[in-house]
Design a protein around this ligand. Structure first.
Ligand SMILES: Cc1ncc(COP(=O)(O)O)c(C=O)c1O
Length: 467
């Protein structure tokens, strides 16, 4: 029997990700049972602004009637048929064609997986396959940036930064080579300008490649702007310089647009906005507004040529999955593309970005705020308490201190933000209006005020002096 809201669930039976298992056993988690637009409602009826679109994913807001309708239509006509063994459904054919026309990769071929983790994981698997048949079986290693996040599978956890993802799970690190994240300007050396900073990072990349043996490195994976690393938009010269190094050694560039794709930057892809030239791109989250799980691996010409070599040798491509390119997910993703056109979502995002930026900057006078970072309809508010050093870069794991305190105060004032070490990341549904941005700002300021008020008066005085 379904339990009604507020009934006493048996907490010990649930294991939630990225949670304290001990706390879960003794304390009821926050349970949401309704959403509308940018708002989410918990089981007591309290509303919260979802300022991170859940996990950066509910890009068109909650309970969008057109998306629910598209899912329902597909559920009624054909709820499920696996896309494999030379069989598929119309929604997958339509989605492939329309996404290929929009993709930031020339003449792409697209494989649909279920999650962003799977997309990145399979991309590595496909690379190993293609490189093997293209006479480069030793090109298996993956470059990534420290403190990045590309997923939770074994291979993608190895790419992401942080010992929490590696040591405690015994994740094999054999394939992973990590370089510094372009956390400009916080990670700059004293006196270093943008050009010197990006040159140093390009030199570091080259050294890592040479130490590993260039012929053993397959690709580098990077987000255009990494939310998990604290949302530092790289200086303009960063990607051109690292792309030059990669090309020099025949290493491919994979761009992870799991968060930044589908309008977050104000363009369909951040790659497009930033002029990147990826060999392959992965996307997920916003592709179906996160109403259904689906992810895309968008592969470029050279990558596809290599896959075809494997196919010629073996007679088929031996990879698939029951729920890959799920019919309902694909139907919802097609409707997302329709909505982007019908409601001019990109135009809306571009129109509200200036107001969004003003709201972020309005926090600069708050005693707990030391800076803001902005990129499209993303933002990070950098926070520091007295005596705390400004974070050189951010990490999404094991967040404590001030950002966690503000996150928790936000739950009281009715706004959900993503606390990272040293900052709060915001990524609201793309449909947010200017008045909703103002309301978000009010609720978040009130959370910051509560945390400040809770600090001892001596600590506040010390802080004021430090300013
Ligand atoms: C940049 C990036 N890549 C990949 C993933 C993994 O996606 P998923 O959680 O759908 O597996 C995430 C998840 O947050 C992400 O932020």
């Amino acid at each position: 029997m379904l339990q009604t809201a507020k009934s006493n669930y048996h907490n010990e039976a649930v294991l939630l990700g990225f949670s304290d298992l001990k706390r879960l056993k003794s304390e009821r988690p926050l349970i949401f049972d309704r959403g509308q637009g940018i708002f989410i409602f918990d089981e007591t009826g309290k509303d919260y602004i979802e300022a991170v679109s859940c996990f950066y994913c509910v890009s068109l807001g909650f309970s969008d009637g057109d998306l629910v309708e598209a899912a329902t239509r597909q559920l009624r006509s054909l709820p499920m048929y696996s896309s494999a063994i030379h069989r598929t459904v119309p929604a997958v054919m339509e989605l492939s064609e329309r996404l290929a026309a929009l993709a930031p990769v020339k003449n792409p071929r697209i494989y649909f997986a279920t999650t962003g983790s799977e997309a990145n994981d399979y991309l590595i698997k496909f690379m190993w396959y293609g490189n093997g048949f293209a006479g480069e079986p030793q090109r298996r290693k993956m470059l990534s940036r420290k403190s990045s996040y590309h997923g939770s599978t074994i291979a993608t956890a190895a790419l992401g930064g942080g010992s929490e993802l590696h040591e405690s799970f015994g994740i094999p690190m054999g394939i992973s080579l990590q370089v510094s994240h372009p956390s400009w300007p916080n990670a700059a050396l004293p006196g270093e300008d943008e050009d010197a900073f990006t040159s140093r990072l390009a030199d570091e990349l080259e050294k890592v490649i040479l130490d590993a043996g260039p012929q053993t490195v397959g690709a580098m994976i990077a987000e255009p702007v990494s939310v998990s690393s604290g949302m530092f938009a790289p200086p303009d010269s960063y990607f051109p310089k690292i792309t030059t190094v990669l090309r020099k050694y025949g290493i491919q560039l994979f761009i992870d647009e799991v968060v930044t794709g589908f309008g977050r930057s104000g363009r369909m892809w951040a790659s497009e906005l930033m002029g990147l030239e990826p060999d392959c791109v992965t996307c997920a989250k916003g592709i179906a507004g996160a109403y259904m799980p689906i992810a895309g691996i968008i592969m470029g010409e050279e990558f596809n040529r290599r896959l075809d070599l494997g196919n010629e040798a073996k007679g088929w491509f031996a990879h698939g999955g029951t729920h890959h390119a799920h019919a309902v997910s694909a139907a919802v993703a097609v409707e997302v593309l329709n909505i982007f056109e019908r409601r001019d979502i990109l135009g809306h995002v571009q129109r509200v970005i200036p107001h969004w930026n003003r709201m972020l900057d309005s926090f600069l006078d708050h005693p707990l705020v030391v800076g803001t970072r902005k990129f499209g309809l993303l933002g990070a508010i950098e926070v520091a308490a007295p005596g705390e050093a400004r974070a050189g870069s951010a990490s999404s794991l094991k967040v404590g201190g001030l950002s966690k305190a503000i996150y928790e105060a936000g739950l009281e004032t009715g706004v959900i933000v993503r606390p990272l070490a040293g900052c709060l990341v915001l990524s609201p549904p793309l449909i947010i209006t200017e008045s909703e941005i103002d309301e978000l700002g009010r609720r978040l300021r009130s959370a910051c005020d509560r945390v400040l008020a809770d600090m001892s008066s001596s600590r506040r005085a010390e802080f004021a002096e430090a300013r």
